[in-house]
Design a protein around this ligand. Sequence first.
Ligand code: ADP
Ligand code: MG
Ligand code: MG
Length: 204
Amino acid sequence: MDHLQVNHVYQWMQITNDKIQKNKETLTSLDQAIGDGDHGINMARGFQEVMNKLDTENYEHVADMLKDIAMTLMSKVGGAAGPLYGTAFLKMSTRLKEQDATYGNFSQAIIEAVNGVKQRGKAEIGEKTMVDVWSAVADQMSKENHFSADLIVNTAKEAMESTKEMMATKGRAAYLKERSVGHMDPGSVSSFYLFEALAEVIAE
Ligand code: ADP
Ligand code: MG
Ligand code: MG
């Protein structure tokens, strides 16, 4: 894979949506353990709406597609995750405006996405949020110079699993303090699905 094109981003969203629909219950139970139990519902609704949107439009540029993904997630997903995922995609769109999604540009776009999420959620690494997975992937990608499916999926998986032993200090789970330890963060798990889907597109 040399650079991501519109059809790749479409597949990325399609595979992400499939994984989220299939694992909706898993996301819900994780959020039942340390949140309010709606993460599966929120994400399933959001990514279904993303697919509905992408299926009614024709895109020439990756940035335009990413912008519509962002807007859809922001407007259709209630809760914290919608605006945060929306921000991530909006930042990617801005970074890739009038650019090809080459490895260099795309990894920069992921870095900007992380920075946007951090800023919007006022979260840093280690607070048991989706930032943990996004930052780990961004860091790993910035050290490489080509798309590597294995590195992306392994990095995302390790970061997702690392949230289990963390104590939440942001989001609803933070209300549980020590009792948030012992469960993976729901937003980190949905972010893992997203990067696992990206890796599958890259590997094709
Ligand atoms: P809500 O918590 O509003 O019900 P969701 O359940 O859909 O929203 O999403 C919860 C996820 O959002 C968490 O698992 C976490 O990964 C992420 N999250 C929540 N608050 C923040 C924050 N301030 N910064 C970054 N991510 C956050
Ligand atoms: Mg929730
Ligand atoms: Mg909620």
